[in-house]
Design a protein around this ligand. Structure first.
Ligand code: NDP
Length: 325
């Protein structure tokens, strides 16, 4: 059967995305066909579109969605036709009305969580879940630094930190975004376009600095993030919205106090089904209990995916963004 989808034949700007008819077949062994009701937009989609993250072309885009299972292939038992499901993860191809995909990343949605919320929260929410529980276990009373605090991952992180009693210092690029991050639980906010991040972190922590920095901005903030860490602190470099971090010397870690560094990816933390289910249960609980509210601040028709990319890349968005088939 035919479905509308976004395809790219080459990497480049938003204009390389084409809204086309694709043929969707029956699911093979281990696969499911999902009728999508909402699709999540994530910065990783930009990295694949520009070629920062290479992939074979032509290709689809998108790693997150929510909808209803239409059919399952041989060996699939954890979901069945009619189930409401959501997912985050590879392969790319979520920007589509209908898709055949690996069933092992599908999770049944609790009744309390709607499709739009689910599509907006799976990738960003599972990311905050592992960053705060496994990459570095944040503890009540601690003060941490989290960049891009008014973004999709950021607003979830602000609320999650507040819920567990952690003082999150959030960085943002404008006054409006500062207010938004504060309203969502950031204990302190730094505008990195107008303020000195390191000096402000020193003031807020009485010169002690922080035990962990979560940095998804990359190139523009990397060195300053290292400067905000106390000895033996952990640098979590988990994204590159401003560009990839250039190579650096390990002695940079020694001179700042035997620092640690990690470059984590959700794909590895969620690779085992039992881990994925436990992470999702924690996220669903945070959302269903109201501790974390998913802010879907932008919605675009799937056909306008290019406009959505332009908004995300030009820092016009806050919270999460979804595409509607
Ligand atoms: P966001 O909604 O956070 O959008 C990115 C934000 O980054 C912008 O709004 C902007 O906020 C800030 N930013 C700083 N510099 C730039 C720049 N030069 N160009 C564009 N934006 C910039 O996106 P997501 O929530 O989708 O993702 C946040 C980050 O987390 C991304 O880097 C993403 O790749 C990463 N990520 C990593 C995962 C992992 O497992 N490793 C999983 C999920 C996300 P401001 O205006 O306030 O500066």
């Amino acid at each position: 059967m035919k479905a509308k989808a976004i395809r790219i034949n080459r990497t480049g700007g938003p204009e390389v995305m084409e809204y086309v008819d694709v043929e969707v077949g029956d699911p093979g062994p281990g696969e499911a066909r999902v009728r999508q009701h909402a699709i999540g937009l994530n910065f990783i989609d930009v990295y694949f579109r520009t070629g920062l993250y290479p992939m074979p072309l032509p290709a689809g885009l998108g790693q997150e969605g929510a909808g209803v299972v239409e059919a399952v292939g041989e060996g699939v038992t954890h979901v069945k036709p009619g189930d409401r499901v959501a997912y985050a993860g590879r392969p790319n191809g979520a920007y589509s009305e209908l898709r055949v995909m690996p069933a092992d990343i599908l999770l049944k949605l609790p009744d309390a969580i709607g499709f739009e919320t689910a599509a907006a929260m799976m990738l960003q929410g599972l990311t905050v879940q592992y960053l705060f529980n496994r990459t570095y276990k944040i503890k009540s009373g601690e003060t941490i630094l989290f960049h891009a605090a008014a973004g999709g991952v950021g607003l979830i992180a602000c609320q999650w930190a507040r819920a567990v009693g952690v003082n999150l210092i959030g960085t943002v690029g404008s006054k409006e975004k500062a207010e938004l991050a504060k309203a969502h639980g950031a204990a302190h906010v730094i505008n990195y376009n107008t303020e000195d991040i390191v000096q402000r972190v020193m003031e807020i922590t009485n010169g002690e600095k922080v035990p962990v920095v979560y940095d998804s901005v990359g190139k523009d903030t990397f060195t300053r993030s290292l400067d905000c860490l106390r000895p033996l602190g952990l640098m979590v470099s988990f994204g590159n919205s401003s560009g990839a971090v250039p190579p650096f010397s390990l002695s940079e870690l020694a001179s700042r106090g035997s620092l640690y560094i990690t470059r984590p990816s959700l794909a590895h933390y969620a690779a085992r089904r039992e881990d994925l289910e436990a992470m999702a249960a924690d996220l669903f609980d945070m959302v269903a209990s109201g501790k974390v509210k998913i802010e879907v601040n932008q919605k675009f028709p799937l056909a306008d995916a290019a406009k959505a990319h332009i908004a995300l890349e030009s820092r016009q968005t806050t919270g999460s963004t979804i595409l509607l088939p």
